[in-house]
Design a protein around this ligand. Sequence first.
Ligand SMILES: O=C(O)CCC(=O)C(=O)O
Length: 280
Amino acid sequence: MPKRLTDVEVEQYRRDGFLSPVRLFSEAEASDLRRQFEHTEQAMGGALKGISRTKIYLRQPFAYGLATHPAILDVVEDLIGPDIMLYQSAAWVKNAGEDSYVSWHQDNTYFGHEPCEVLSVWLALTPSRPESGSVRFLPGSHRLGMLPVHYEPTPDNLLSSGQVAEFDAGAFTPFTCSLSPGEASIHHAWLVHGSPANKGTGRRIGVTFVYHPPHLRQAGAVRTSAMVVRGEDSYRHFDHERPPVAADDPETIVRHERAAALYRAKAQELGNRNIGRLDK
Ligand SMILES: O=C(O)CCC(=O)C(=O)O
């Protein structure tokens, strides 16, 4: 029995590789989350860069609280089961008038989780509309597994790798998300997705959290870490992460840096040779 989603939605996720929109928070809650996000940006010196875009839930109590919120985890549980690990988080900010875009890609290319029972929750903190560069999905493409890639690490591509997944464009009709603040889309880590530039008038801000069940393994030799956020991990395929104490707590900072370094080492090992490209 699903906790939050309907059986039809669960079936739709399995078939299409995504759900959108899913209401997770009210507009008022989302407005408060945006305030906290922008406060975090200011506290960290402006736009989030470098490892601040990686596993930020290990550094910022605000992000940890959001990543472990029952409104999110109940939906995740419906899709991947009661034992849940948190692997990654990212902030996707496109300011109005910027040319930033995201090339068509598959997330699991650089996570390397096997089997790929991995999903991302993309939570809108502002409106995310077609004109503001909302995310586009290729329905059903998750069933293709890993596709060949080439690289276009242009200055405006928000992906450090510049990954471009190669697929038969004629075989898919893209689905364009349209999200209000507090709504989310959820996508499978093999689903091909990307997004164009923000041609709207306001900021487009989304935060993503990546979850998987504990039994998965990873391609490659680097052992990474993840956090048990619900249920238990009886497999121990990942080192366990601990919640942040405070953003300026020295041990919290060191733990975040170590986990982000392992995350990056894995991505590099799996072919993302440009991992530090957007750090400055
Ligand atoms: O926010 C975007 O435009 C792209 C997001 C994305 O690629 C992701 O969540 O994996």
